[in-house]
Every structure is written in structure tokens, then in C-alpha cells.
Design a protein around this ligand. Structure first.
Ligand code: VG1
Ligand code: CO
Length: 557
């Protein structure tokens, strides 16, 4: 049957942000909205001759949120009409973001379409998202997302076929208008990859009590909160089935289209079940959570929240204890607002440390070029060169491998690290859903003030440098401007301001604050207390409370 050509007109708001195009479900479910964006991806990737997407393998999967099945059926029909050779789809239309990255790489696919709005709320009034990943398994770089956006503004028609919905639940191959559709097990390939990186025997014996995980005389216990999102089946298979953790280790393990009404965002506010389990008189030895699409992680010890920035530094310092990293690391990359704890580890190991803009797409070139092995973001994203996305469960397994190998409680490992390299007190304050004009004006005024700030005093603090972060990719030379305002003070502390690029309502201002504390006697304070002075300074410099009328942030991590 010939493809059907459907006339359409452009939507003017299909500009991908930090990670794909995120919009409310009510926006995405408008007629032609998904189709226009998908056709724009296919048009941009069509190339000429052999270098285009036609005839190639493409991976499709999402985090299972509301509207996932409907969007996948639209994509399947359009892929057939656009001459895609083979689609690999996770069963039920589900693939975690890191699992999708792995499938793209393992099966040498041309690219992948990932459906997720990650940590954003789901459900009919929640958010949906679509992201294109290239053949390296990573999010498309800016030159491709810019081209896709340009195309969405010119589109006049899209191609589809008339065909019934395919059965997303039946494993195996079928054919649709000359295209092969293969439904694959979403967990199997990923679990195999994890087994190749970590010492599963050693972790198994940790759970069996063979080593004590530092909690002498009692069995090692952990909880993993999947937040009713995509990692539930992955965590249950790997932690409970393959590694022998007792049933019940995984909390909220069944993925729900609306995540049970919660934000699937692993931070101390939204991962409340995890925080409750890890707080109190007799908590488990180790706790973790992941986000909507499985690429983020949150790590806790007994009565201890480990910031993602510290987690990155500690994983880097100890990665050699896992078989996959026994040969050492090539380099460590962190996003600009992530604390400098990782840089101290890079310096100690004598390897390069890189500072990139926010968003995983900026790590791709460094990973592909073999210059960085571990990457991380303060927003609870950590990963390595095993895939080209951040990977929540991977981080949890690396931690488990380290705990099993060191046979020491996690709190002791963290404090020892601080004693040796110093502690970077760190916090992020988010002001969500503020008026867009107010947020833009605040950033514009900050930018305008940058040249005059160095040398001035704000309270006790003296500004040393102030700039708007500009990144030159060391591999392809591309330049990304206006990636966040950085203000450093004479005592080495730092404030960063940027606006979120993943929200769907109003603006979200993120303020990142950090201060280095080398003195072991001063490393055990609560971070909000330890940073109180800097928090006040950050408010004064930008006039946050005055301009927004908010007396406190919406979320503190
Ligand atoms: C946020 C985080 C960023 C992360 C991005 C996607 O972006 O800050 O570090 O890469 O989300 O993560 P923004 O622009 O809102 O600050 V995910 O897990 O939502 O794919
Ligand atoms: Co995510």
C-alpha cells in the first residue's frame, strides 16, 4: 500500500530543550503534533544515499508514561511510510533511556527515538517528551536539534501508512508495509551489559552476608525506590533476581503511566519513601532511587544524603574496584554547575577533568573520543562510556560493587574521602514556575552586571570573577554560549544561575551554590547551614526574593 501524504502546518513551539522536546500531554495530543515533529526528525536524518535513515534500523522506546503507546503507534506507521528498514521496540513500548542507548549501540542502529519527559510529572495533565538519539547512542548534538527545529517551522506534509496498531506486547518480528518491526525484551540486553561491567559474584556475597558491607555482624540491606517509573523491572531483575537481594528491596517497582501521581524525580523531596526508609534508628546500609526514564540516581547512606556531585567524585575515586574500570579512567567530565569535587579526584589521579554545559548531549564527543570515562551532573545524573546516556541503575551497581570490594560502611567511605580531598559543600535551590518575563529580566540584569562585579564586596564576600559560561567543544570546536552565569568569590566559593530547559510551565530558576572546606573538623555540618552566608549572597546579587516575591525555593537539593 502506498504511503499516505497528510498535509499539515507548522507548530511554532517545537524547539528541543536541554533534553528533547517536552510539552504537556495536552499539547502533544493535538492532531499532527507528534507527526510534525517525527517527520521533521526523519527529514533531517534522511541524508543522501547511504548516509540517511532510509533502510536503516531505528530503536523506539519510552518510559511508559501516559501517551507512550499512542505516540509509538504514530511513529511506527510513519517509520514504515518513510522507508525505515527495521524498528526495534521495547516490549510494551518501554525502554529506559540508558537501555535504549545500549540497544542503539549493540544493534548498530542508525538512531533512536526516546519518548520521555524524565523526572517531570506524568498523566493526562502531566508532561510528555520526544528525543532523537544518534548512532553512538547519545542525544543528538545541538546542530541536529537546531536543524530539526528549523524543519518543524517549514513542514507542509508528513508521511504515514494506513495500518492497524501493532501488538507491542508480543516479542518477536513482524512486517509492516515492507518494514520489519521487532519487539524486544527491554531488560535482557541491559542486564547483560551490567554483568559485563561489575563483579556480580562479589555483590551477591555482600547480599548473602558473605562480606558484611562494613555492618559487622548483620546482613547487608538496601532499598531501591523506583518511584513507580521505568526502572522497576530492571531493578527487580538485577537486584532481586540476579544479585539475590531479598524480595521487597525494590520499592514502587511497578511502572505506572502517571507514576502514582508523584514526580518521578529522585531528590530528597520527591523520593520520600526512600528518605523515610533511610532515616531513623535502624536504616538499611544503602539506599537509592531512580527517575522517570531511569537515567538519574539518588544515593543515600544510613541517615546520609550523598549529593550527586560527591557521588560522582566518590565513584571516580573508586571505580577501579569494579572489573569494567579496573584499567583506570581516561578522564572525568562534569557539567558546569556540578561541584568541583570531581576535579579534585581527576587531579589526584593525574587525568584530565572537563567542564561542559548542562545536558548529557555535551558529553557525547568526549566519550566517543575516549577522553572521558566517567561523566556526571549535579542533577543526579552519572554515567560512563558504557552507553551514551546517564544511567541510574549503573551508578547504583557501581556503588554496590565498591561497597562489596571495600567492605566498609558507605558513611565511612564518604567521610574518609572528605578528610583526604576536602568537602565541597553543595546545594541547589530551584524556584519553579516563576513568571517567564521576571526570570528573563533577572538573567538579563545579571548578565549586564557581569563586567562590574569583580572586585566588589557583597556582605562579607568579595567577587573574584563573573562570567556567562561559554563552551568550546574540544573535539569538534563547536561553541555553545550563555550556558549559565558563574560568580566566584575570593574564598573559592561559587554561585551559578541558570534557567531550566526542561520545564513546560513558566520558568524555573536554578541557583547552585558551593564552598570548599578542607578542614576535617568542619566537614560534618548540614549543607544548608554551612552555605547560609553564600545563599544570602546569591539572593542579594540577583534580587531573587525581591523580584519573585518568593521567600524560599520550591525545591532544595
Ligand atoms: C535538567 C538537569 C540537567 C539534565 C536534564 C535532563 O535540565 O538540570 O542536568 O541533563 O534535566 O535530565 P534543566 O535544563 O531543567 O536544568 V532528565 O533525567 O530530565 O533527562
Ligand atoms: Co531522566
Amino acid at each position: 500500500m502506498a504511503p499516505v501524504i497528510v498535509p499539515t502546518t507548522p507548530f511554532n513551539d517545537q524547539k528541543p530543550g536541554t533534553s528533547g522536546l517536552r510539552k504537556k500531554v495536552t499539547v502533544y495530543s493535538q492532531p499532527h503534533y507528534v507527526a510534525n515533529f517525527i517527520q521533521s526528525i526523519f527529514d533531517v536524518m534522511s541524508g543522501s544515499g547511504d548516509d540517511g535513515i532510509q533502510g536503516q534500523t531505528v530503536v523506539v522506546g519510552g518510559d511508559g508514561r501516559f501517551y507512550n503507546p499512542e505516540a509509538i503507534q504514530i511513529i511506527v506507521r510513519m517509520a514504515a511510510a518513510n522507508g525505515i528498514g527495521r524498528l526495534l521496540i521495547g516490549r510494551g513500548g518501554i525502554l529506559s533511556t540508558p537501555a535504549a542507548s545500549n540497544v542503539i549501540r549493540k544493534y548498530k542502529a542508525f538512531g533512536g527515538i526516546i519518548l520521555s519527559a524524565s523526572h517531570n510529572q506524568g498523566g493526562p495533565d502531566g508532561d510528555f517528551g520526544i528525543k532523537y538519539n544518534t548512532g553512538n547512542g547519545g542525544p543528538a548534538p545541538e546542530k541536529i536539534t537546531d536543524a530539526i527545529f528549523k524543519r518543524t517551522g517549514e513542514i507542509t506534509e508528513y508521511r504515514t501508512v494506513e495500518a492497524p496498531d501493532i501488538d507491542l506486547d508480543r516479542l518477536g518480528a513482524s512486517e509492516l508495509e515492507g518494514m520489519t518491526v521487532e519487539i524486544i525484551d527491554p531488560v535482557a540486553d541491559y542486564a547483560e551489559l551490567m554483568e559485563s561491567l561489575f563483579d556480580f559474584d562479589q555483590i551477591r556475597s555482600l547480599f548473602r552476608g558473605g562480606t558484611q558491607g562494613g555492618t559487622q555482624g548483620k546482613q547487608f540491606r538496601m532499598v531501591f525506590d523506583a518511584l513507580s517509573a521505568v526502572t522497576g523491572p530492571y531493578a527487580t531483575e538485577i537486584l532481586e533476581k540476579r544479585l539475590g537481594a531479598p524480595a521487597g528491596t525494590v520499592l514502587n517497582g511497578t511502572p505506572l503511566p502517571d507514576f502514582g501521581g508523584h514526580h518521578p524525580d529522585p531528590n530528597p523531596v520527591h523520593a520520600h519513601d526512600l528518605v523515610a526508609a533511610m532515616t531513623g534508628p535502624n536504616p538499611p546500609d544503602f539506599g537509592a532511587a531512580s527517575d522517570g526514564d531511569g537515567d538519574r540516581n539518588m544515593i543515600m547512606g544510613p541517615n546520609l544524603f550523598i549529593t550527586p556531585s560527591d557521588s560522582l567524585a566518590l565513584l571516580a575515586a573508586n571505580a577501579h574496584l569494579a572489573p569494567g574500570y579496573a584499567g583506570g579512567l581516561r578522564g572525568i567530565a562534569r557539567s558546569m554547575p556540578t561541584s568541583r569535587a570531581a576535579d579534585r579526584v581527576a587531579a589526584k589521579l593525574g587525568i584530565p577533568g572537563f567542564e561542559t554545559p548542562t545536558g548529557w548531549k555535551f558529553f557525547g564527543n568526549l566519550l566517543d573520543a575516549g577522553q572521558a570515562t566517567l561523566c556526571g551532573e549535579e542533577s543526579a545524573g552519572t554515567g560512563s562510556d558504557h552507553v551514551r546516556e546517564k544511567d541510574g541503575l549503573w551508578a547504583v551497581l557501581l556503588w554496590l560493587n565498591i561497597l562489596a570490594a571495600r567492605n566498609q560502611p558507605i558513611g565511612e567511605i564518604v567521610r574518609q574521602h572528605w578528610r583526604e580531598l576536602g568537602r565541597d559543600y553543595y546545594t541547589r535551590h530551584d524556584y519553579e514556575d516563576i513568571d517567564t518575563a521576571t526570570a528573563d529580566a533577572m538573567m538579563a540584569d545579571l548578565r549586564a552586571a557581569l563586567p562590574t562585579l569583580p572586585g566588589t564586596r557583597i556582605g562579607d564576600a568579595e567577587v573574584k570573577t563573573a562570567d556567562d559560561f561559554e563552551y568550546r567543544d574540544p573535539i569538534d570546536g563547536s561553541i555553545s554560549k550563555r550556558q549559565g552565569i558563574r560568580i566566584s568569590f575570593a574564598d573559592g566559593s561559587r554561585v551559578v544561575y541558570r534557567l531550566s530547559g526542561t520545564g513546560t510551565g513558566g520558568a524555573t530558576l536554578r541557583v547552585y551554590m558551593e564552598r570548599y572546606e578542607p578542614d576535617p573538623a568542619k566537614q560534618d555540618f548540614d549543607s544548608q547551614e554551612a552555605l547560609a552566608g553564600l545563599i544570602a549572597t546569591a539572593d542579594t546579587v540577583a534580587g531573587i526574593s525581591k523580584r519573585t516575591g518568593r521567600d524560599k525555593p520550591s525545591v532544595i537539593t
